[in-house]
Design a protein around this ligand. Structure first.
Ligand code: NAD
Length: 455
């Protein structure tokens, strides 16, 4: 497998893909390793994770540079991702012991009833490339603290970051037969699916997620799927500052070059504030600087996958052919291959793919609406259900709108935000199960009831 720097097209490294035999051998090691790991007291397992956090912090620059080189994220955003991984891991360190502790739940006529949690066993994690550290720790940390071992297949587009993460886990004291990284593409993923794992946790596209769920259904083990989105933001007529609303929308659309599962991909704006909003949004887009992601001024680097440029261009061309108009592009654009310049469209509608299909890149449609009813109808007109946001002065009105949407996370006056305190759980075609929050800890255990009666 060739690891290519998307900013330059240059080869970084060649790596052998793990064969099906390698993957199976890794599984056997993890099977044995898990039995020992589950016997290690939870406080000691957590101590290893605390050491891992220190290593993340100490290696921030090295990890950020690796991530930028491999997937094209600007350095500042890559550093931010390391910080985010530290923050999330801290949450698990504080919460897991209490959430997973054995509880006495009832004394039923002399029979004491306890609830215990047992690790699943060996769990598989097939992952995406857009936030490899964040979506990695979402699964790895609670799985490891709960006493599971992990077979990890990072995305082929962030292989080196996956290997670096693995190096830090091992340096922190996680045994080498408890966390194993198998590198490769789809075939390596298939080999992971073929192992008799005790749980499968996937982050990636709807298409692959559905395929994985079907493949492993007969194994009767937990499956977690974190899939795509087509997330909307609605700007109501009561806002006092269109500039604030436009800044929120622009950041939500173009951060990480729009390559976020919860990026804002469509904005609906009340007709009373539409013209002012659009004028302000244009100014925001024009501040974006496309270019070399190692340059500190750059806000948007190349796309992580060269093939995505053609996909986005097709969405853009189709929308324009159907009547959309370009409102704005970045202030400084790039003509280099591998880059797609951020673009905002107006005069869009739901006959256009750009308003219906996940773009996963820096393209956005802004549509005028007559009021809450039309906004709701359009926001819900999607097969996805990851997040939705409302920019509104009236919190009650905003939460009422959000309550009518089938989404895992709703935002009032913010967007593109993930908190470890809350479950991350896509609805509809955006996923199954949850990571983060207490639900995302309990995803890696099975409950067991114990009934104790005195003789
Ligand atoms: P992808 O589905 O192409 O690939 C994801 C992983 O699956 C990769 O590791 C890939 O090698 C592996 N894979 C592909 N085909 C496989 C197969 N047949 N069998 C086994 N493994 C296989 O997705 P991607 O391009 O890496 O990620 C982008 C997608 O991920 C977007 O849709 C985005 O919205 C979604 N995503 C969702 C979340 C979330 O939290 N909901 C977070 C990040 C990304």
């Amino acid at each position: 497998m060739q690891i290519i720097n998307p900013a330059t097209g240059n080869l970084i490294k060649e790596i052998d893909n793990a064969s099906a035999t390698n993957v199976r051998a890794a599984y056997e090691k993890l099977r044995a390793g898990q039995r020992k790991w589950a016997q290690v007291p939870i406080k000691e397992r957590i101590a290893c994770i605390a050491k891992f956090v220190q290593l993340l912090e100490q290696n921030t620059e090295r990890i950020a540079e690796q991530l930028t080189q491999e997937m094209g994220k600007p350095l500042a955003e890559a550093r931010g991702e390391v910080g985010g991984a530290v923050f999330r891991t801290g949450y698990f360190i504080r919460e897991c012991e209490q959430v997973l502790s054995s509880q006495k739940v009832a004394d039923a006529g002399g029979t004491i009833e306890y609830l215990n949690y047992r690790p699943l066993g060996v769990v598989g994690n097939i992952s995406a490339w857009n936030y490899p550290l964040l979506i990695g720790v979402n699964v790895h940390i609670p799985a490891l603290i709960a006493g599971n071992s992990v077979l990890y297949k990072p995305s082929e587009f962030t292989t080196l970051t996956g290997l670096l993460l693995t190096e830090l886990y091992h340096q922190a004291g996680i045994p080498e037969d408890v966390f194993i990284c198998t590198t490769g593409e789809r075939e390596t993923g298939q080999a992971v699916l073929d192992c008799p794992l005790n749980g499968f946790f996937f982050t990636g596209s709807y298409r692959t997620g559905k395929f994985i769920a079907e493949q492993v259904a007969s194994k009767l083990v937990p499956v977690g799927l974190e899939l795509g989105g087509k997330d909307p933001l609605y700007v109501t007529d009561d806002i006092k500052s269109v500039d604030t609303a436009a800044a929120i929308a622009c950041e939500g659309s173009f951060y990480n070059n729009g390559q976020s599962c919860c990026a804002v991909e469509r904005v609906y704006v009340h007709e009373k504030v539409y013209d002012d909003f659009v004028a302000s949004f244009q100014k925001n887009v024009e501040k974006l600087v496309v270019g070399d992601p190692t340059n500190e001024q750059t806000t948007n680097g190349p796309l992580a996958r060269a093939a995505q440029v053609e996909f986005l261009q097709k969405q853009l061309d189709q929308a324009i052919a159907q009547g959309a108009e370009v409102l704005a592009t970045a202030g400084r654009v790039s003509t280099q291959s591998g880059y797609f310049n951020p673009v905002a469209l107006i005069n869009v509608n739901h006959d256009m793919d750009v308003m219906k299909e996940e773009s996963f890149g820096p393209i956005l449609g802004i549509q005028k609406v007559s009021g809450d009813e039309q906004a709701l109808q359009l926001m819900n007109d999607t097969r996805y259900g990851l997040t939705a946001g409302v920019v509104c002065e009236d919190e009650k009105r905003a939460t009422e709108i959000l309550s009518q949407l089938e989404v895992g996370n709703g935002y009032v006056n913010c967007c593109d935000r993930v908190s470890p305190y809350l479950p991350w759980a896509g609805q509809r075609d955006s996923g199954l199960g949850a990571t983060l929050g207490h639900a995302g800890i309990l995803a890696f255990v099975r409950p067991q009831g114990i009934h104790v009666r005195k003789l």
